[in-house]
Ligand binder design. Structure first.
Ligand code: XMP
Length: 326
């Protein structure tokens, strides 16, 4: 039987009890596959890689090494959360690499979106490879492949020009959630004790905030993306919208407009808010954010984010617009 095909008899994991049974079965299977071998895992902090990490920690403990690469394009608080959950709470072997300067130097002056994606993908592999070489005797590579990745090798993800981890390593793959759908991965993650903010996290593209800081990325504009995104997320959470709206974020385009503050004319950036709902990311509709909430977010962004003088709301469905701006 093809191990990449979900058997029709496989029960959909919808309850804590079913998740417990899956965890028990997978831990045993992982122990059998890996024995006393060593596993390496690129841990982004997204739900898929986090669930794989938690399963592997349960199965093989310190024989797993997680590598968390901070490419400088993560959202506010993300690297800190990965370190807190996996190193401090789960006592995992975690290598944290702050490669911000390296990525931003390579991206300096690059404005073509596909070129940006390629640089981020290639640099990610280079950093990961360097870390992999430092660890002796690794035979296995953990991966957060989920069933839609297998089904949709022709779908949305395949169109995004981000390299996968290199086959040239010759590692044997360890993919314990490859037959699960996203909602099942979340039920398993919850049962493994991962925090809700990780388990119910909205999708986040591999190239991160890099595709939301349009054109050539600069550090100050990137900071404006990160800070405005943090305000948006905080206000959505306060309004009870976290987990209800499929994806919401901010974009800071690379053009300025005039403004005025304290009697002085400004030449600053706009922040664009995007909030959409979708089932499969192939089409999307715009969330109807209540006006008072939009107003509150706008006031906060204008008051708290440096270099910004306007806030706009993107009313465009997909199609014609894509969800991301690049
Ligand atoms: P678009 O912008 O194509 O996005 O409507 C559809 C979904 O895919 C996510 N996305 C990406 N995910 N690498 C990823 O892993 C990427 O380069 C990438 N670009 C877009 C996007 O956030 C949305 O959920």
């Amino acid at each position: 039987m093809d191990s990449n095909v979900r058997p029709e008899s496989m029960v959909r994991i919808t309850t804590p009890e079913l998740a417990d049974a899956f965890i028990k079965e997978q831990v045993e299977a992982l122990q059998k596959q890996i024995g006393d071998g060593k596993v390496l895992l690129a841990l982004s902090g997204g739900v898929d890689s986090s669930v794989v990490a938690a399963l592997l920690i349960k199965a093989i403990g310190k024989n797993l090494t997680c590598v968390h690469v901070n490419h400088g394009l993560l959202r506010k608080g993300e690297p800190e959360q990965v370190i807190e959950v996996f190193r401090n709470q789960m006592n995992a072997n975690l290598v944290y690499v702050d490669a911000t300067d390296r990525f931003l130097d390579k991206l300096a002056g690059v404005s073509d979106p596909e070129q940006k994606r390629k640089i981020i993908g290639a640099e990610f592999i280079a950093v990961f490879e360097e870390e992999a070489k430092k660890i002796e005797g690794v035979k296995f590579l953990g991966q957060g492949t989920i069933y839609p990745d297998i089904l949709e090798s022709d779908g949305v993800k395949a169109h995004h020009n981000v390299g996968g981890l290199p086959e040239k390593f010759g590692f044997e793959l360890v993919e314990p959630v490859k037959l699960l759908f996203k909602d099942e991965v979340r039920v398993v993650g919850k049962q493994l004790g991962l925090p809700d903010s990780m388990v119910y996290r909205q999708p986040f593209p591999g190239p991160g905030l890099g595709v939301r800081c349009t054109g050539a990325i600069t550090r100050d504009r990137l900071e404006a993306v990160r800070e405005s995104d943090a305000i948006l997320r905080e206000e959505f959470a306060n309004a009870g919208l976290q987990g209800k709206v499929w994806q919401y974020f901010t974009i800071v385009p690379d053009y300025r407009s005039t403004g005025v503050k304290d009697g002085k004319r400004l030449w600053d950036w706009p922040v664009v808010i995007r909030a959409v709902n979708t089932k499969d990311a192939m089409t999307a509709t715009v969330e109807e954010i209540p006006w008072p909430l939009l107003n509150k977010i706008t006031q906060r962004i204008l008051a708290e984010v440096k270099g910004v003088n306007r806030v706009l709301y993107d009313l465009s469905p997909k199609p014609c617009a894509t969800i991301e701006w690049e």
